[in-house]
Write a protein that binds this ligand. Structure first.
Ligand SMILES: Nc1ncnc2c1ncn2[C@@H]1O[C@H](COP(=O)(O)OP(=O)(O)OP(=O)(O)O)[C@@H](O)[C@H]1O
Length: 263
């Protein structure tokens, strides 16, 4: 599998009024093209910090003080280096937890897609915007794309809104998508459909997917590899079935025991 993302020895610290707090400690993680890598762990283990570091969306009090992140061979993050502005929204798409919050309630879906396309595809024509918008919604398995384009977010179901949010993340044809707890707000049936959609997008488009979740069952359904985080460190990583069926670390075993239906 061709390597797409290489995270090597990444350490990140937050500056607080009473001193420094280590958020990530010496994290190594690779993502290949056409590969889904799940990042799992308890609340506060550092999953979101890791995901946001790849797109440079860290808060002002947070700094990278060791290691690096490369995307398609280009270093985008290192101490004192932040080239994420040039890949965010173009080479890297993002989907966050709550689609209704990432969509502007006053804008129709058509205007959302047009805004992203105009921002990232210089000189794109009106016809191409319309063509690409319909195409991406169809890629999201949305059958009535024209109706959805003419809808405001509140006129769509939660599942459809999340499909639109995923469409917005992939409309610029990124090589990597980062999804942070993007199914958490959905009911179980809709979660399953979103997971199936992600799997087919990754297989069809050959993108890499970094899938952050606290839900190990979901991770087992979708991910090729899994990294388990605890207190800012990756404590275990490997092929999903290996990590989940034969966990080596006590911490992973405890996470699995906390799922009543896991056997
Ligand atoms: N800017 C910041 N300043 C101070 N502390 C921070 C900052 N950002 C994150 N943290 C702390 O770092 C730890 C890791 O947070 P992070 O959001 O990455 O965890 P998480 O695994 O994604 O958790 P959750 O599943 O609840 O979203 C938490 O204890 C959090 O409070």
């Amino acid at each position: 599998m061709t390597e797409l993302v290489n995270i090597s020895g990444l350490s990140i610290t937050a500056r607080l009024s009473h001193g420094d707090l280590r958020l990530l400690e010496d994290v190594d993680l690779d993502i290949g093209r056409g590969e889904v890598v799940g990042v799992v762990g308890e609340s506060g283990s550092g999953k979101t910090t890791l995901a946001r570091s790849v797109v440079g969306l860290l808060e002002k009090n947070v700094r990278v003080d060791g290691g690096s992140i490369s995307l398609a061979g280009e270093q985008i993050i290192a101490p004192g280096v932040d080239r994420t502005g040039r890949v965010r929204g173009t080479a890297v798409g993002m989907v966050f937890q709550d689609a209704s919050r990432s969509l502007n309630p006053l804008m129709k879906v058509r205007a959302h897609l047009a805004e992203v396309l105009r921002r990232h595809v210089r000189g794109i024509s009106r016809n191409d915007i319309e063509r690409r918008s319909v195409e991406v919604l169809e890629q999201m398995r949305i059958t009535d794309a024209k109706r959805v384009l003419d809808s405001y977010p509140h006129q769509l179901s939660g599942g459809l809104r999340q499909r639109v949010a995923i469409g917005l993340a992939v409309v610029t044809r990124p090589s990597l998508v980062i999804a942070d707890e993007c199914t958490t707000a959905l009911d179980v049936t809709t979660q399953t459909k979103v997971v199936e959609l992600f799997r087919s997008l990754v297989d069809e488009l050959g993108i890499g997917l970094l899938f952050v979740t606290h839900d190990l069952m979901l991770a087992s359904d979708l991910c090729d590899r899994i990294a388990v985080m605890n207190s800012g460190r990756v404590v275990e990583q490997g092929p999903a079935m290996e990590v989940l069926d034969r966990p080596r670390q006590d911490y992973t075993q405890r996470l699995l025991r906390a799922i009543p239906t896991w056997s």
